[in-house]
Design a protein around this ligand. Structure first.
Ligand SMILES: *[C@@H]1O[C@H](CO)[C@@H](O)[C@H](O)[C@H]1NC(C)=O
Ligand SMILES: *[C@@H]1O[C@H](CO)[C@@H](O)[C@H](O)[C@H]1NC(C)=O
Length: 324
């Protein structure tokens, strides 16, 4: 457990540093740039960072095997998010031209180019390919013995397009000298392993397809904190508050985070939100992750058993084989 605690402490420290310097980007939750927690990567994406105490293996230890469980790289918004953003943007475009002077924020956002198409639907962005290539190169630099020529490499992915593309980019980052475990197939698709939640009947019935499971999330969307944010955004856009809802406001905030992650720009959508608003919207997303993926329901973690068994069985096997 100790290494995990140390990891969490490190994360908190990095977040504090960034929040002080970068406005809203500390509140993007699962849509934060990878650089957010490792700011040294902004200057050099291949940097291994400050040589943290304890990050090196003791001289007496030799790495036998590395099993990494990685999330996909930076991606585009989902089709649903793009559709909602399109609705909100279209609503601003319909405003009479005369209203522009009274409402500069709405005019700025109406002038913003809506460049997302629904076909982008959660796909890996060019930045996501770079994320994965750089991650592979950093891992290889940390464990040169494990990534030496002709070492065996196996890549498994879910069937999600962004994950397959991430696997391919990771593979490219490692260069041609490693051998793959199986012929030809570069990334093996295994959804029962990598999308265990979709394959767990109890999780699907009790959480995924059960509206009541998200009751706390829905209550927060209707609660006083969100109401304040809605009223502020409605007033900035000179729209009746009835025309907005939590999902539309959330997609505006998400667009602020996506534009930074995908295009490295501070989008005009960010200007709708203060740091206080960002805290409320961050909490809304955290709440959803808590109930849908995290500690909220026991089955959320138990559904991952197949994946964790797989990881530990392979590690045990590597140790056993090393003793022969
Ligand atoms: C997926 O992974 C599981 C667990 O390791 C394994 O039992 C199963 O055979 C794999 N399926 C495929 C299609 O490779
Ligand atoms: C992102 O933008 C910042 C500030 O404009 C700039 O310093 C940095 O070099 C950019 N990063 C990349 C990867 O383009």
């Amino acid at each position: 457990m100790a290494p995990r605690r140390a990891g969490a402490a490190l994360l908190v420290l990095a977040l504090l540093l960034v929040v002080a310097s970068a406005g809203l980007s500390g509140y993007f939750g699962t849509k934060s740039r990878y650089e957010e927690v490792n700011p040294h990567l902004v200057c050099d994406p291949l940097s291994l960072g400050p040589a943290a105490v304890g990050s090196r293996l003791p001289a007496a230890c030799a790495p036998l095997q590395l099993r990494a469980l990685l999330r996909h790289g930076t991606r585009y918004p989902t089709a649903g998010q793009i559709r909602r953003l399109g609705e909100l943007h279209a609503r601003l475009l319909r405003r009479p031209a005369a209203a522009a002077a009274a409402c500069p924020t709405a005019a700025d956002l109406a002038a913003w180019q809506m460049w997302y198409e629904e076909s982008l639907d959660g796909r890996l962005a060019p930045q996501g390919r770079r994320d994965m290539e750089h991650l592979a190169r950093r891992l290889a630099a940390r464990f040169p013995a494990l990534f030496a020529a002709r070492r065996r490499l196996v890549l498994a992915s879910s069937s999600k397009h962004r994950c397959l593309q991430s696997g391919a980019a990771f593979r490219r980052g490692l260069g041609p000298s490693l051998s793959l475990g199986r012929d030809e197939v570069e990334v093996e698709v295994n959804d029962s392993l990598m999308r265990f939640f979709d394959h767990c009947a109890k999780f699907v019935a009790l959480v995924e397809e059960n509206d009541a499971a998200m009751c706390q999330v829905n209550a927060f969307k209707e609660g006083p904190e969100m109401r304040m944010v809605l009223e502020k955004v409605a007033s900035a856009l000179c729209l009746p508050v009835e025309e907005l809802n939590a999902d539309l406001v959330q997609v505006a905030f998400l667009t602020c985070s996506y534009e930074l992650a995908i295009k490295n720009v501070t989008s005009p959508w960010c200007s709708l939100f203060s740091e206080e608003d960002a805290k409320v919207l961050e909490y809304l997303n955290d709440l959803k992750q808590y109930w849908k993926r995290g500690y909220g329901y026991d089955i959320n973690s138990r559904s991952s058993c197949i994946l964790f068994q797989d990881i530990f069985q392979h590690l045990d096997k590597a140790v056993e084989e090393s003793k022969r």
